[in-house]
Design a protein around this ligand. Structure first.
Ligand code: C2E
Ligand code: MG
Ligand code: MG
Ligand code: MG
Length: 291
């Protein structure tokens, strides 16, 4: 079949041949190439974590950071998670990759704590595949033990859709993590099936208001009202609330006025590589009010 082209993939030292039809589009080809490259990227040390400061709004102090994965692809340059996380989830590669993220994030946070940066808390995003793995609580316990990071310094970010996939199992896993002292947050709140009954049922500590609401604070009264309501709701339920994607002084001031606990966003800082993050905290101090 002359029209069948071949795609050669190197996997665990052996050459395997995959076939594709010419009708497969560019995107599919790019996905295959990316997947092939991703298999070797972990052992080649091409993944790295960036850290975005989380700031206490009342004091302006950096009190933690979210770990965000980046892939330093040898030819394509730095790739953000939107380019490869979905593919990693489809193929299951997210499980070893996610384990690497957890270990690297906890090791970095523990090192910063030992080196006098303060009791910084680290937030780590979890994918659905990782969360469904029955061994997750034990894995996290092992990583905390290995790295010496206090459980209370780790915050696991989960999305609403992830929690809803199998709510009973999710609650059980969340309880196991809570018993260890790990904190749990709902990421991108307001974009999934936000149900108040689930909010009551899931044992979370933190609600992260999605950046789509924050973005519109200044020009859409409904978004501003929703943000205010989410802050009140969080506090009524005894949750801490973080606003994501804060880009302007006006958004910062609005959130401060509404009593939001923490912010994360370009207005304070973009995600930084480890050394830049460390420099920022040392230079500005982690107890300083920002201008
Ligand atoms: P997320 O967890 O909601 O992370 C916040 C995203 O918003 C990050 O994008 C961050 O760089 C971006 N961001 C922060 N401040 C601002 C701002 O002021 N304005 C705007 N426009 N954007 C801002 P990033 O790093 O590209 O990550 C995208 C998503 O990829 C994350 O969304 C998260 O869902 C996922 N992700 C990142 N790292 C990991 C990981 O290690 N594991 C898993 N499973 N998912 C990850
Ligand atoms: Mg997140
Ligand atoms: Mg988010
Ligand atoms: Mg997101």
């Amino acid at each position: 079949y002359a029209q069948i082209a071949m795609y050669r993939a190197k996997e665990s030292g052996r050459n395997t041949l995959s076939f594709y039809l010419p009708s497969m589009n560019e995107r599919a080809l790019e996905r295959m190439a990316l997947l092939d490259a991703m298999r070797n990227a972990m052992s080649a040390g091409q993944f790295e974590l960036h850290y975005q400061p989380q700031v206490d709004l009342a004091s302006g102090a950096v009190i933690g950071m979210e770990a965000l994965i980046r892939w330093r692809h040898p030819r394509m340059g730095a790739l953000g998670p939107d380019r490869f996380i979905a593919l990693a989830e489809e193929t299951g590669l997210i499980v070893p990759l996610g384990t690497w993220v957890l270990r690297a994030a906890c090791a970095q946070a523990a090192a910063w704590q030992r080196n006098g940066l303060g009791a910084l808390r680290i937030a780590v995003n979890l994918s659905s595949r990782q969360f469904k793995d029955a061994g997750l609580p034990q894995l996290i316990a092992d990583i905390l033990h290995e790295t010496g990071l206090p459980a209370a310094s780790l915050e696991i970010e989960l999305t609403e859709s992830l929690m809803m996939e199998d709510a009973d199992t999710a609650v059980a896993t969340m309880r196991a993590l809570k018993r260890m002292g790990v904190h749990l947050s709902i990421d991108d709140f307001g974009t999934g099936y936000s149900s108040l009954s689930y909010l009551k049922r899931f044992p979370v500590d933190v609600l992260k208001i999605d950046q789509s609401f924050v973005r519109d604070i200044g020009h859409d009264a409904n978004s501003a009202a929703m943000v205010a309501a989410m802050i009140s709701l969080s506090h009524e339920l005894g949750l801490r609330v973080i606003a994501e994607g804060v880009e302007t002084r006006a958004q910062w001031d609005y959130l401060l006025g509404r009593g939001c606990d923490e912010i994360q966003g370009y207005y304070f800082s973009r995600p930084l590589c480890g050394s830049e993050f460390e420099r920022l905290v040392r230079e500005r101090g982690n107890v300083q009010r920002i201008a």
